[in-house]
Design a binder for this molecule. Sequence first.
Ligand code: KG4
Ligand code: ZN
Length: 333
Amino acid sequence: MPFYTLGIETSCDETAAAVVAEGRQLLSNIVFSQAKLHSKYGGVVPEIASRNHLKKITFVLEEALEQSGVPLERINLVGATYGPGLVGCLLVGLSMAQGIAYARDIPFVGVNHLEGHIFAHYIENPDAPPPFLALIVSGGHTNLVYVKQYGRYEALGETRDDAAGEGFDKVGKLIGLDYPAGPQIDRLAKLGDPNLIRLPRPMLLQEDSSDFSFAGLKTAIVYYLKGHQNTKREDIAASFQSAVVDVLVKKTLQAAKKTKVDRIVVVGGVAANSLLRQRLKEEAEKMRKEVYFPSLSLCTDNAAMIAANAYFKYKELGQKDDLSLAPQPSLRL
Ligand code: KG4
Ligand code: ZN
């Protein structure tokens, strides 16, 4: 009889549930994205997000169980994200998972969302285990993590202000695009001149640091536009994207060199960016490093990665959490 894990994720604006057999076999992976509900605000509104998790969670859970063909009575373990994220959002998924564990008398494991992202790679690439360097780039995070083994991490750097995806969304808002603006900027940038606006490459000269800083790029664009009101959206998109990708690629390769890893894993919504994928592959190849981008459905927020991580913690590390485990909005890796 396979071991079934139910995963639940509600840390930001995706309500997600998944059933995974033996840690890697996805039987279902249901994601309800609230992006449309937040689009006119230019970003995620916490109160709207938590209310909609409450509205959707039961439906998403039932759908995940039904699609998997595994009834709730057969689930062996339940895992949920307990941080980092928006506290009202985390509470919804976490309480649901703890309630199920209590009612069914099965173990519960709380998952760190950032570690969860790394498990997108665990699911799809069993033949490319750690050590590797993970770049987690999304609307909420920009982190470089040295993964010595699954379960053993060294945080190398993170953003000091905005996450990379947040930068895409804010610049998008500036030029009249709806949230999330990343995919639209990616498309517009293909038609623009990346050298039109000379933007800084923040943190690039601090070679001993693996931290990032993206907030200044938006400010630089705001100042540029004051003197150049007729700049084409395509040129703004291309100039901004080129600056962000330059920094992400160079910082990642610097860290790969320092940690002497042969593999780089990129996860999170910004891993979809076509310039980032192309540039990182080209540059890493020159250094004889392998680069992995898991499937996009596993890179963006989902519960399959949470289930896989919970399974690993329970089975390989013998971890089990208390049903009173509280959300930790600022949890670190
Ligand atoms: O991982 P994700 O779905 O959610 C979290 O933020 O956790 O990432 C969403 C972010 C948004 O900021 C979105 O604009 C960005 O990923 N994004 C992109 C692209 N696709 C999504 N950014 C740049 N280029 C893309 N193609
Ligand atoms: Zn995420």
